[in-house]
Design a binder for this molecule. Structure first.
Ligand code: DQA
Length: 141
């Protein structure tokens, strides 16, 4: 099983700033993603709350022995959540951070990720395809 975690405002994908994040909802994308990885169950969790994301990372890390990897887009929390960074550091499962947009080409406050140092890798700017690239990497591990 691979888990995907999306942080705040990503429930609005498809509606929110489509010029930056595209016009497809994550639910629609997830249906096609699951078809591309038919052998791999993909669990999806989205929350606008930092604590819920931390609790879910703990659950995956300590109570989900079948979880082979985590793809996380912490969204705005990327830039300041030491709590989510610590939760990623606290588990053994490999984590890949994904950003739909190229955060390095946007406002300066988006150039910093406090969570990426605890991840195996970081993908930014590949749109929703970044989630598929991250899963391909995690399945090859
Ligand atoms: C984002 C980039 C973040 O800076 C922003 O706060 C988001 C989405 C991305 O996927 O490009 O909400 O993580």
């Amino acid at each position: 099983m691979i888990a995907i975690i999306n942080g705040p405002n990503l429930n609005l994908l498809g509606k929110r700033q489509p010029e930056i994040y595209g016009s497809e909802s994550f639910e629609t994308f997830l249906r096609s993603l699951r078809k591309r990885f038919p052998e791999t169950p993909i669990e999806y969790f989205q929350s606008n709350s930092e604590g819920e994301i931390i609790d879910y990372i703990h659950k995956l890390g300590y109570d989900s022995p079948d979880c082979k990897g985590i793809v996380i887009n912490p969204a705005a929390y990327t830039h300041y959540s030491i709590g989510i960074a610590d939760a990623i550091a606290a588990i053994q499962i490999p984590v890949v951070e994904v950003h739909i947009s190229n955060i390095m080409g946007r406002e300066e406050f988006r150039h910093t990720s406090v969570t990426a140092p605890y991840c195996k890798g970081l993908l930014a700017g590949f749109g929703l395809e970044g989630y598929a690239l991250a899963i391909t990497f995690l399945l090859g591990k």
